[in-house]
Design a protein around this ligand. Structure first.
Ligand code: ATP
Ligand code: MG
Length: 351
């Protein structure tokens, strides 16, 4: 079976290290291994309007920022089609047909939708466009016949919803759509990286992130203010590593090689954790280590970003070219969908 990969991000802000370990790092690895037939990365601007319809400026400004983050991390437009969702109107049409295959109560049962409604204070009245987003995401995935969707954990219920819609469509209208599968990062900590404030998820809309575009001084300041073990007051106190975001980030980023480079008295992260748990290892020292490692990862990304910030026209050209390519694929799928449903009137009625 062919391997078609689709992922995306909402242009609600620049991308952060949660995106990096949760999905971006994986996408670049897959792309560079070359073990796929087609790879798409979508900037989900239309989806982002569901909770930002009155803040178009924010969405518009962040389209290019997210694209620059992709390019800076190594997503290569000669291998991966990067596109803007609203530039592919066929996705909206597919969404419209799929809405008939899902009930409102099913959408409202989706745990991520529930969580996000609460977060946005939409409990009293939620925009239809917002609850509709799992359906629109199904359109995005199926339009490209994607069978592999690398995502963070919060997106699992979306992929489950997409699979249900695909099954419902295929059983109603005949085998047409491909059932997608979510691919999570191997390391559990990377599936839902917590925020620097200790919140369960780092999120663009939560303002608790370390951004790929943050300069060195900002990263250092954020690391130094990070949430640790509130009971670890004196250096000699035994400390807890569970729920301690500094250690969570070290789990997500640190290699043994980096540990030996920046903390030569240890061989690996486990030895550092043991020392912290025993007592005698201060937060500042562990934070300095994390800061060095994060900056090692982020420096090359920042350098590439500086180039694209000066060459935004190149980025826009790439996005519109990618959108044209994506549109051709989506048109083919839409034609198949309409044929399966029997609403391809120009083909049927002409005869
Ligand atoms: P918003 O707060 O606006 O929803 P977000 O930070 O959740 O933004 P999205 O654009 O919604 O980012 O998500 C894009 C992808 O990144 C999804 O696959 C999502 O699972 C993943 N992702 C987002 N935040 C994290 C995180 N903290 N850890 C791991 N993966 C994440
Ligand atoms: Mg999100």
């Amino acid at each position: 079976m062919s391997k078609i990969i689709l992922t995306g991000d909402r242009p609600t802000g620049r991308l952060h290290i949660g995106h990096y370990v949760g999905s971006l790092r994986n996408r670049v690895a897959i792309q560079n291994q070359g073990d796929y037939d087609k790879m798409y990365v979508m900037i989900a601007d239309a989806q982002a309007l569901g909770d930002n319809h009155d803040n178009i400026q924010k969405i518009r400004d962040n389209i290019v920022e997210v694209a620059i983050d992709y390019l800076s991390c190594g997503i290569d437009p000669s291998k991966t089609t990067i596109f803007i969702q609203s530039e592919v109107p066929e996705l909206t049409e597919l969404t419209f047909y799929y809405t008939n295959l899902v009930t409102l109560s099913r959408l409202m049962r989706n745990p991520t939708v529930k969580e996000e409604i609460k977060l946005r204070n939409f409990e009293a009245s939620v925009p239809v466009g917002f609850v509709n987003y799992p359906i629109s995401q199904t359109a995005d995935i199926t339009a490209f016949k994607a069978n592999i969707v690398p995502v963070g954990e919060d997106q699992l219920p979306m992929i489950e919803q997409a699979r249900e819609i695909v099954r419902s469509f295929n059983s109603t209208y005949g085998e047409t759509l491909v059932e997608p599968e979510a691919v999570l990062p191997k390391q559990e900590v990377c599936r839902r990286l917590p925020g620097i404030d200790g919140n369960a998820k780092m999120g663009k809309s939560l303002g608790n992130g370390i951004y790929l575009a943050d300069d060195e001084a900002t990263v250092t300041q954020k690391v130094m203010s990070m949430y640790t073990d509130p009971n670890h007051i004196k250096v000699s106190d035994p400390g807890q590593v569970e729920g301690n975001v500094v250690f969570t980030y070290l789990d997500a980023f640190a290699t043994d090689e980096q540990i030996r480079k920046y903390a030569p008295e240890y061989n690996n992260l486990d030895e550092i954790k043991e020392h912290y748990k025993r007592g005698g290892l201060g937060d500042v020292k562990v934070k300095r280590l994390l800061n060095s490692i994060l900056n090692e990862v982020l420096t090359p990304i920042r350098e590439k970003r500086a180039y694209y910030e000066q060459h935004k026209d190149e980025v826009y050209d790439m996005l519109f070219k990618g959108s044209d390519e994506a549109r051709l694929e989506a048109q083919k799928t839409l034609a198949e969908v309409k044929r399966a449903m029997g609403i391809n009137y120009r083909e049927i009625l002409k005869k």
